[in-house]
Design a protein around this ligand. Structure first.
Ligand SMILES: Cc1cc2nc3c(=O)[nH]c(=O)nc-3n(C[C@H](O)[C@H](O)[C@H](O)COP(=O)(O)O)c2cc1C
Length: 360
């Protein structure tokens, strides 16, 4: 057990070291959000201060519809990163997730690297996190309950990450019974489940199946941001089959704006994430149908480089830009922007939307 948990903890560190470096963020080359334009309205009747960004989520009233996506925990050095992220989430008033709690399930000595988040973020939603492979089988429900208890979480995010597991040198690739396991956990768990991807997106059909078993919150985590294909690839030797495949599958998946639009008619709470790099991107997520936007890597980098103040600054910058964009469309709330279709699409996104028969 301990041997396993050491390996998990070591893997997590390798992920963080690679994620910190260059060449794994697809948004640096192409942002799918650049194919969305918000419709400008110059004839306004109020001031930006009157734009109300309040978001009611998981029983909390937040200052903005933003989520610091689940990233880390499970290794001593991640404690400081989670502490910085949590302090900033608390001070700005946004939701925050922890990274996969797999290590915490098998090694009690790293639990504080996760629970620091609840300790610092007392008045915002804190989201637990497990991969789908940890809720499959006999221990699934038990793992889910322990992950929630470990950090006194307000929800549990279950991440679906088949591409990552396939390319991971030591990945778990048997996903038999995924949907019924999610259903079973939902039936017994006291907090809501969020189903998320990790950078390949969720389609309409998949979201529909998830909804049928009781999932009400989906975080699309589409392609166009951090590429887990590239991150896992770097952990395999150069010239190896997995390394080669990781390059080919680097941008595999459903681009975030498309993923949001795919599921926008399902009456779910949608978090738009995957390549969100500005408040303007966040506003575009909302215009396309999301209730909130989330980002991971930008906060991770700020936490490492500048601690809590850096993360807080990044959040405030996102909020300023989101407020500005919402105001300039003539909307007073994110909901108003979401319900009034104030956007234009250009190719290649426009053709994908047509191809998928998404009716706007
Ligand atoms: C450093 C790092 C670690 C991550 N670890 C996890 C994780 O443990 N569990 C998870 O569900 N997603 C994890 N993710 C994925 C993010 O939650 C998010 O879905 C995805 O990276 C898209 O966001 P981005 O493009 O803004 O980075 C991680 C992302 C980063 C950058």
């Amino acid at each position: 057990m301990i041997k396993n948990s050491k390996r998990t903890s070591q893997r997590k560190m390798e992920h963080l070291m690679i994620a910190k470096g260059e060449g794994i963020d697809l948004s640096a080359n192409e942002s799918w959000f650049s194919y969305v334009r918000l419709l400008h309205n110059p004839l306004l009747d109020t001031s930006p201060d009157n734009v109300d960004l309040t978001w009611n989520f998981l029983g909390y009233e937040l200052n903005a519809p933003l989520v610091i996506e689940g990233m880390t925990g499970g290794h001593k050095v991640t404690m400081r990163i989670n502490e910085s992220l949590a302090e900033a989430a608390q001070s700005v008033g946004v939701a925050i997730g922890v990274g996969s709690q797999r290590a915490g399930l098998s090694d009690g000595s790293v639990i504080d690297t996760y629970s620091i988040v609840r300790k610092k973020a007392t008045e915002v939603p804190v989201i637990a996190n497990l991969g789908i492979s940890h809720i499959l089988g006999r221990n699934g429900l038990d793992n889910a309950k322990k992950a929630v208890e470990m950090i006194d979480a307000d929800a549990l995010a279950i991440h679906l990450n088949p591409l990552q597991e396939i390319l991971q040198p030591e990945g778990s690739t048997d996903f038999t019974n995924s949907l019924i396991s999610i259903r079973d956990v939902i039936r017994e768990l006291d907090v809501p489940i969020i189903v998320k991807e990790v950078g390949s997106g969720i389609s309409h059909d998949v979201a529909d199946l998830l909804k049928e078993v009781g999932v009400n919150i989906i975080d699309v985590a589409g392609s166009g941001g951090t590429s887990w294909s590239l991150i896992e690839g770097r952990r395999s030797p150069e010239g190896s089959i997995k390394r080669k495949a990781s390059e080919r599958f680097a941008d595999w998946g459903i681009p975030t704006p498309l993923a949001i639009m795919e599921i926008s008619d399902l009456n779910l709470t949608i978090i738009g994430s995957g390549g969100v790099r500005s408040g303007l991107d966040a506003a575009k997520c909302i215009a396309l149908g999301a209730n909130a936007a989330g980002a991971a890597r930008p906060f991770f980098i700020r936490a490492i480089e500048k601690g809590p103040a850096g993360v807080e600054n990044e959040l405030r910058s996102l909020i300023f830009e989101m407020r500005t964009a919402i105001f300039l469309t003539g909307s007073l709330t994110p909901d108003q922007l979401r319900l009034t279709h104030k956007y234009l699409l250009t190719d290649p996104l426009k053709s994908l939307i047509d191809e998928r028969h998404i009716f706007i």
